[in-house]
Ligand binder design. Structure first.
Ligand SMILES: Cc1cc2nc3c(=O)[nH]c(=O)nc-3n(C[C@H](O)[C@H](O)[C@H](O)COP(=O)(O)O)c2cc1C
Length: 221
């Protein structure tokens, strides 16, 4: 159904980086990600797409070692929470209802140098689209789901930069929220991402387990 040869250097590099990448369990405690790489990875989160462009998220970089120790206690005691060079907690906003359309319009008007009134079409699309497709009870789930997009973007950007990443859902979100004081900021945690360089990690030599291309990709002609 598709020619599966990759000849272009750029494409080969991407696939090579994605095969090199794995979810790191044990990081080297002594290796630090440079500011430039960290900034590039965080920019890839900020530049992520989101449904209707709502960007209802915040990425919290936790540098404080005591806070990271506390997070590890409620994070299945995963060593990467304390040992990786950097720890990013991906959160989503809970003040969606009031802010979703309003902020999106204000942001667009400001950046595109227009008045809110001229954005009536966008307003109708946002209000109509969200109201039409998202049931009220699913709103929080929908906003939360958006946060997985920057997670994927950061994982890929890291791989392309040769930085290791360890995504995590294995933690108690309510307790993480408490430790980071997220409720007061109208935020809830959804995932974490450890960044750094692989240490002596048995997982690093295990062959990658993936379904076959034809099992997960289907062409409808
Ligand atoms: C959203 C998400 C949450 C994950 N949570 C954890 C976790 O808490 N701990 C862990 O060791 N790995 C976690 N992983 C890693 C996955 O188990 C891993 O990506 C998957 O088994 C595929 O292996 P690979 O990424 O090494 O190729 C998570 C991955 C994702 C995408």
């Amino acid at each position: 159904m598709i020619n599966k040869t990759i000849t272009t250097e750029k494409n080969q590099e991407i696939i090579k980086a994605l095969n090199w990448r794995y979810a790191v369990k044990i990081f080297d405690k002594n290796k630090k990600v440079s500011d430039e790489d960290l900034y590039t990875i965080l920019e890839s989160a900020r530049l992520s797409p989101s449904s209707s462009g709502i960007e209802m998220w915040k990425f919290i970089v936790v540098d404080n070692p005591e806070v990271r120790t506390k997070l590890r206690e409620v994070g299945d005691n995963q060593p990467k929470i304390t040992d990786a060079s950097h720890l990013i907690v991906l959160t989503y906003r809970t003040d969606t209802e009031k802010s979703l359309v309003k902020e999106r319009l204000e942001r667009t008007a400001k950046i595109q140098n227009q008045s809110i009134e001229t954005l009536g079409g966008l307003k109708a699309i946002l209000e109509g689209g969200v109201a039409k497709h998202i049931k009220q009870e699913d709103l929080e789930y929908w906003v939360k789901a958006q946060a997985y997009i920057p997670l994927g973007m950061m994982i890929e950007t890291s791989a392309l930069l040769g930085v290791d990443a360890g995504p995590m859902e294995g933690f108690e979100p309510g307790k993480v929220d408490k430790i980071l004081g997220l409720k007061e900021k109208n935020l809830k945690s959804v995932t974490m991402l450890a960044l750094g360089y692989r240490g002596e990690d048995p997982a690093s030599t295990r062959p990658k387990v993936r379904r076959e291309f034809d099992e997960v990709i289907e062409f409808i002609k």
